[in-house]
Design a protein. Sequence first.
Length: 632
Amino acid sequence: MHRSIATVSLSGTLRQKLEAVAAAGFDGIELFEADFINFKGTATELRRIVADLGLSIDLYQPFRDFEGMPEPQFRRSLERAERKFDLMEAMGAPMVLCCSNTSPLSVNDPALAAAQLHELAERAARRNLRVGFEALAWGRHTSLYGQAWNIVKQADHAHLGLILDSFHTLSLKDDPAGIVDIPGDKIFFLQMADAPLLAMDVLQWARHHRSFPGQGDFDVVGFFEKVLLAGYTGPLSLEIFNDIFRETPNRRTAVDAMRSLLYLESETRQRLASIDASPVQPRRVELFHPPAVPALSGLSFIEFAADEASAETLGALLRQLGFRRVGTHRSKAVTLYRQGDIHFIVNAQPDSFARGRFDAHGTSVCALGVRCADPLAAVGRATAMRSQRHDSPVGPNELRVPAVVAPGGNLIHFVPQALGANGLYEADFVLEEEEEGSENSNDAGLKHIDHVALGLALDQLDTWVLFTRAVLGLEAGESLELADPFGLIRSRGVANADRSLRLVLNVSLSQRTRTARTLSVTGGGAVHHIALDCEDIFDSVARLRANGTRFVPISDNYYDDLATRIDIAPELLARMRAAGVLFDRSPAGDYLHIYTESFEGGLFFEVAQRVGNYDAYGALNAPARMASQAQD
Ligand code: MG
Ligand code: MG
C-alpha cells in the first residue's frame, strides 16, 4: 500500500518532520495546514524538498466550516478555497480534506450541503484537484461516516469523495460494518488512528490522546478490513493528534508510525485470509506479510550489567535470594546464578555492550533471554517490524544467540528451545562441579520468572505496547492507574497467550515518584522489578528471611482493610500479616506476593504465588509498597 502520515503527528519543524518521515520509509504525507503556514518558504520550494526526499504530498488538510453555510459565508468560503487550490497546485497536492462543519452558523440541510460540496468539487475539477469530505465526531450536523456518505452520494461529482477516519467512527462507537457497501472508488482517503478507551469529551480525546494503530484499544483491524472489503485502493495514512508525540523525538515517532502500519496491514491480512471464501469483494491491494509472530515460552535468563564492586554486592544479594553461583563464562567476566528454572547472568565485562549503553555506575538489567522455538524466524519478524538486530561478539565454542534491540536499548535474546533448560549455559559457561547429592543450602523454593516490570519514561509507553504486540506477539492487558504518595503510576501488563512470558510496563505521570527517580538514574526503559514465583510463599519467605533477605514492611492497617474487602480465612490472614505477604483475588484465582527492599536504591524483587488462574500482577497492592518505601 501507499503509506502516508499527517505532519501533525510528529514533533519538529516541517523540514525535520519530512526528513524523519522519509527516513522511516513512508511514501507520502498529509500536509497539516499550520505546518505550511509557518514554513519559511514557498509552496514551490516545499514541493522540491518533498520530491527530493522521495515523498509525495497526498493530501492538504484541513479545510473547515464549509458545507451547510448561509449564502454570504458560502461565497466567501469558495473564494478561500480558490486560494488554497492555488497553493495545492504549486506544491503538487492533489486532494484537499474538507471536514464537516462545526460552526453554529451552519444549517442542518444535507441537500444544501450536497449542492455546496458539488460546487466546490466543480471548482476543484477545473484544476484537476479532488475534494474529500470527512465526518468529524463533533461535527455540528454531520458526525457519522454514513451521514457524510449520503451527502457525497447526493452531490454526485467525480471530484468529490469520502474520507474515512477510524477515530471518528470508533470513538462514537458507530458500526463500521456499513463501510463495505460504499463503492471503493468513492472512498478517496483513509486515516487510521487508535486511542485508549477514555471517558471524556470526544474533541479533547481526539486532539490529545490519539495513538498509532496497535497502541490503543480500538478495533482498528476490523475498521481497516471493512475499508478494504469496500474495494479501497488509496493511501493508508496516519493522523495522530497526541500531546506526547508532539514532544517525542520525531525519528522514534516515525519508526513507531511505520511499525504501526506494518502491524495493521499484517493483522488485517490475516483476518482477511480467514474470510477469503466470503462473497464480498476480494482484496485489491498488497498488504505487508512479515514472518509470523514467534512462539515464545518464558524467560530463560535475565542479564545484569554491573561494575566489579556492584557485581560482588549483587552476587551476595542473589545468594540471599536463594541463588547459587553455578558457573563463569568461558571468555568474559560474567557469572551465572541459578535457582529452579531461573538463570541470572551478572556481566561485569568492562567493555560489554551493556556497559557501553548504560551509565557505568551501579547495576541494571541489560538483556532478557526469551526461549523461542525458532530464533532466526523471531529475529526475521523483528527486523521486518523495523527493530534492529544485534549480534554480540562470540568466543570460540560459544553459541550465537540472536538478539534484537528493544526500545530504550536493552537487548532481547532469542534462546533456542532445542537447547533444553541448560544447553546454552553448558556451552557458554564453565560450570562449577556440583557435588553428587549436594543441595543448595540457600534454596528458597523460587521456580520461574513470573514477570519483569519495566519503568518507562512517559513517552516510551506507547512505543513499548506496540513493540511487544508487533514484534513479540504479546497481548496487552488493561491500563491501570496506581497511586504513589508523590504521583500517579500508569501500569499495563503484556503477556503471550499461554502466559509463560509476562512483562509489566510502568510509567510515572509525575517526576516525583520513586519510579520516575529510578528512571533518572537509569535513563529510562529500565527493569524496575523482577517477580519470581514459588509454590508456597510462606515457606519461601521464611527461607528468604533466614538467608537475610529484607522485605518492604506492610502496615497493619492494610490487613485490617483487606479483611473488610475480601472474605479470607482468619488463619490465612494471620499468616499473611505475620509474613508481610500481600493478597489479591480475582474471579479466576488468588495472588500472594511480597516485595524485597531495593538494591542500590533501584531494582528490587518480588516473590509471588499464583493460585488458580489469576492473570494479573497484584497492581492494587503496589500503593502499599510505594507508600511503605516512601516512609522508610
Ligand atoms: Mg481525520
Ligand atoms: Mg510486580
